[in-house]
Design a binder for this molecule. Sequence first.
Ligand code: DGL
Length: 272
Amino acid sequence: MSSRDAIGVFDSGLGGLSAVKEFLNVLPNEKIIYFGDTGRVPYGNRSRDTIMKYAFQDAEFLMNNNVKMVVAACGTVSSVAGDKLERSLPVLYTGVVNPTAFIADQKTKNGKIGVIGTAATIASHSYKLRLKKLNPDYIVYEQACPLFVPLVESGFICRDDQIVRLVIKRYLSDLKESGIDTLILGCTHYPLLRDAISDYMGDSVTLVDSGYETAVYSAKILKEQNLLNDDKASKNPEFFVSDTPDGFESVAGLFLGRNMEHTVTQIDIEQY
Ligand code: DGL
């Protein structure tokens, strides 16, 4: 293995594990190092300066672990700090905005696209700007859904739950009226509400989320740079968090379908 051999993936917390699952499938020869900033989550309602500071500390931690690529698997970080990370990091970088917007561009037929995300993501207009670059004629409707993250974190994800249905209706009724045919789930947590969102929006609206698309995009750019690992020996992913690993290990085990006991290390992210 060369010194820079792993792919570093980070998120404000647990949500980015949905991307890790896709990375393990799409890039089975690669070593994945994950950092979840569980001690400082959520990022989505914080100021730009704070998100920027956290994003660079997270990336710095991964750089210290000899990664050849950094992936921000967080809608908020990708939206607020993505451009600066891409310019500043000495290794390949991707966030989730570009790969996800690219797929929405392929899916839409009527050019009306909805984007939902955290308050910071929506305030940045990251997806809208990207989509308009792909096609200036697109009509993009944006909606912040700040209650979705705490809802998911509290286990409210069932499509039949009255509270879930009410909150979804509260946030998405205007989008439903707007005639969009594609809806970007621009936050790590929203795929867990996918069934309930789909029930509300109906079959005519295609939902697009970021984990799989970002893994495929990463594979593409690593290949272009001749940085793919062709050594097939299995490599265990490594997981780091900034708060106690206890709860993380069990939820991560569910996300990834493997026993995660004693596989997660706590670090002090403020030192980076
Ligand atoms: N990971 C964040 C995102 O995708 C959601 C959780 C948070 O607010 O930190 O935007």
